[in-house]
Ligand binder design. Structure first.
Ligand code: EPU
Length: 321
């Protein structure tokens, strides 16, 4: 381990964290590929996060790895997972004069959610309280922070339209609260400052419309089950949909269903899902993604843009596509 890494590691330990060196990541991501992180550490609160930021090593946030392509040679610097207070849920309830509460008593208010909470856990908790508003996250794997970073969504809507504020920490340790306007949400895109870590999010929720939302979620999950290969390792949609069309339709029409590069394969069930058949490498996935992009461009003159987030130490010149 380099002196820089050893120094950073010591600093994290002094702040109560337990960094792991050469931490394997291949089991952490949905694609099951990628090399190790120099250091991986679970971070429990903003003070620990500030310590991580202060090490001067590059910081990569690992959410649930459900939309992440990690390079075969891994990730240099520190990979963090948001735990502890970053997994809390409270409500800002207009019927309660100040502060946060455990439940939403009035018809609508804000869910104040830690960025490390899984979308599914959040939806489950809200469901038990009869609170609606975030149906757009139904079936979306990953964490709330990850959902904000890419304005995740489905045909039921996008998370960006539910945002009241997003709290971030900048690389210099400063905290900022951004409004939805400042984040400029677009289809699968949000404007976050370079190196910023999302720590907490305020989302509009409501007791109104609970039954209607339940039903549309049920229908949507049925639709996904019928149209997506959810039983195989993938990162969901590989490419964003181009305006007015669908990446899955284009890759399918290009005749690429079932196409293979090493252990990576374009699903026969949904052509925008690229699956690991068992022994894929990150480079296999790169080759398949590039091949699909090139073929669709040749045949239809449309340049597909990857939706998956690419991280780590790749050979030069491969990304961005
Ligand atoms: N299609 C084909 N062949 C295929 C796959 C799709 O012709 O192999 C056609 C379908 O028939 C349909 C169109 O392409 O007419 C769109 O397909 P689909 O309805 O499956 O939706 P999608 O646009 O591929 C989007 C999201 C998904 C989300 C679903 C359902 C994007 C990039 N993807 O998929 O999100 O689950 O709608 O709400 O916007 C994700 O972001 O990872 C993701 C899975």
């Amino acid at each position: 381990m380099s002196w820089e890494l050893a120094g950073a590691s010591l600093k994290l330990i002094m702040a109560g964290m337990e960094p792991v060196k050469d931490a394997p990541l291949s089991k952490k991501g949905y694609w099951r590929v990628g090399g190790p992180a120099d250091l991986m550490v679970d971070v429990n609160d903003e003070s620990q996060l500030a310590t991580v930021m202060d090490t001067d090593l590059p910081v990569t946030v690992l959410g649930n790895g459900s939309n992440l392509l990690v390079a075969d040679s891994g990730i240099r610097g520190i990979v963090i997972r948001l735990r502890g207070t970053f997994r809390a849920l409270a409500f800002k309830d207009p019927s309660v004069p100040s502060g946060l509460t455990d439940t939403l008593n009035s018809e609508s208010g804000l869910a104040v959610v830690g960025a490390g909470m899984m979308n599914a856990v959040l939806l489950n908790k809200l469901d038990k309280m009869g609170v609606a508003g975030l149906g757009c996250l139904a079936g979306v794997p990953g964490t709330v922070g990850g959902a904000i970073r890419m304005n995740a969504g489905t045909r039921l809507g996008e998370i960006g339209s539910k945002v009241a504020f997003v709290r971030i920490m900048l690389p210099n340790g400063d905290i900022k609260n951004l409004t939805a306007d400042a984040l400029g949400f677009r289809y699968r895109w949000a404007s976050l400052p370079n190196g910023a870590v999302v720590t907490r999010v305020g989302l509009f929720v409501s007791k109104d419309g609970y039954d209607v939302e339940r039903e549309s979620i049920r229908e949507h999950l049925e639709y996904r089950k019928g149209s997506q290969p959810l039983d195989q390792p993938s990162c969901g949609s590989t490419f964003k949909n181009p305006p007015g069309d669908a990446a899955g339709r284009l890759i399918d029409a290009a005749g690429l269903k079932g196409a293979i590069e090493g252990g990576a394969k374009i699903s026969e069930k949904h052509a925008n899902f690229f699956v690991n058949t068992g022994n894929a490498t990150a480079m296999d996935l790169y080759r398949l993604i590039k091949r699909a992009q090139d073929t669709v461009a040749e045949q239809f003159g449309i340049k597909l843009e990857p939706e998956v987030h690419v991280v780590g130490d790749w050979p030069e010149g491969l990304w961005p596509l």
